[in-house]
Ligand binder design. Structure first.
Ligand code: MLT
Length: 409
């Protein structure tokens, strides 16, 4: 008899976005003629940029000839890509990195999910609430939590409420924690931290020897000044932070899969004797054992994002989504809804009308307006009473969805 990893049994039956897909499919079966508009999961709708496609085709062609064929690549990623990342995304912001601090992967979801493996099972963890469920669920799977309470909050995790009162910005933990997950621009609230606000977290981590796991998957949507794009823009962050980045939302790679994680050489974790170990070395050890790298055509395609044509095309796509965000935000605000986000992020976090529960609002919205969003409660107890819409739809669907929400809800 094989025994189960009982930690899995602590989790809700299905992952948030699988549950939404299940409910949408059920509704579709019962209402086959319904014209459903999906602004739920943050999946992009614009095609890959032309420069990316061109580079991918060229790389595929190379794979078909013995002289240019490539087998296993470096597990950490090709240097042509990590160097392009550094040159375009970090050096101009005053952040010095070396290519062996960049780990190319199949996306930020896997990396934010897997990185916790490097930490002891007794580490204490802080997460914001609401939160991207991957950080919580993977730590539950690893056994770093107890069971959930009636609000779905797991014992031993430290939840940092993001509320209307604190402007959706988590306060520093009251007690010391070992690991902190931060995501800015935030999924799901769409809010950001200023340079000074993020510095408080870096200072906290330095004082407490904590590690910040910083998810910057949405950095390319930042429009305002004084919003850091990388945690490494903050002095001292190299000692205490790792950062996750993604090509998914930036350049349309949700189905193509490519992301990267920055692990500075200075970030240390400690054994029970107090001896320091480099997270960079440990992550390399983990990746070389469990991962064989991202395919060459995908890395070649990702590198094309940083060419002049690629940059121009990516900017057009981001502008397109951010205009959707403006349409959603303005439309909802004019209709009297309270909204957050949507200025430096592709997510709009709205308060449900009349304090309606968020799953109830989900059901009503799909039934009456045939629009799909994400119930705030799916992101944590403090998401109750809120609802997330994404700006990743087509312009036409975004406009129609907002018209329907305004007229039918
Ligand atoms: C979301 O909708 O929150 C995103 O799709 C999450 C993800 O990228 O995994």
């Amino acid at each position: 008899m094989a025994f189960v990893n009982e930690n899995y049994l602590k989790l809700p039956g299905s992952y948030l976005f699988s549950e939404i897909a299940r409910r949408v499919n059920k509704f579709k079966q019962e209402n086959p003629s319904a014209d459903i508009i999906r602004l739920g999961i943050g999946d992009v709708t614009r095609p890959l940029p032309a420069a990316v496609i061109e580079a991918m085709k060229k790389a595929v062609e190379e794979m078909g000839h013995a002289e240019t064929f490539r087998g296993y690549g470096p597990e950490q990623g090709y240097e042509f890509l990590s160097q392009a990342i550094i040159d375009h995304d970090f050096t101009p912001r005053g952040v010095n990195l070396s290519t062996d601090e960049v780990f190319i992967s199949d996306g930020a979801k896997s990396d934010t999910a897997n990185f916790q493996e490097l930490f002891g099972v007794n580490n204490t963890i802080a997460v914001s609430d609401p939160v991207y469920p991957v950080y919580v669920d993977t730590n539950v799977m690893a056994g770093r939590t107890g069971f959930p309470n009636e609000k779905g909050q797991f014992e031993k995790l430290v939840y940092l409420p993001c509320t209307e009162e604190n402007g959706m910005k988590p306060a520093l933990p009251q007690s010391r924690v070992d690991m902190i997950y931060l995501c800015f621009p935030n999924n799901p609230t769409g809010m950001t931290l200023s340079h000074e606000e993020l510095k408080q977290w870096v200072d906290y981590a330095r004082e407490n020897k904590s590690i910040i796991l910083f998810d910057a998957a949405y950095e390319s949507f930042i429009r305002e000044e004084n919003v850091p794009h990388s945690i490494f823009e903050i002095e001292g962050a190299r000692e205490v932070a790792v950062e996750f980045r993604s090509f998914s939302k930036t350049a349309g790679f949700t189905g193509t899969r490519c992301g990267y994680t920055i692990v500075p050489k200075e970030v240390m974790v400690y054994d029970t004797k107090g001896e320091a170990h480099s997270l960079n070395t440990l992550w390399l050890r983990r990746q070389t054992t469990k991962f064989n790298g991202v395919s060459y055509p995908v890395q070649a395609a990702a590198a094309a994002v940083f060419t002049e044509a690629g940059q121009k095309q990516v900017k057009e796509t981001i502008d397109y989504y951010m205009e959707n965000a403006r349409i959603i935000r303005d439309g909802l605000q004019k209709a009297g809804y309270k909204v957050f986000g949507g200025i430096n992020a592709p997510y709009i976090w709205m308060k449900t009308p009349d304090n309606m529960e968020s799953w109830e609002f989900f059901d009503k919205l799909i039934r009456e307006a045939n629009v799909v969003g994400t119930p705030g409660a799916g992101f944590g107890a403090n998401g109750e009473g809120y609802f997330r819409l994404t700006a990743f739809g087509t312009r036409e669907n975004t406009e129609r969805a907002i018209e329907r929400i305004i007229s039918k809800m």
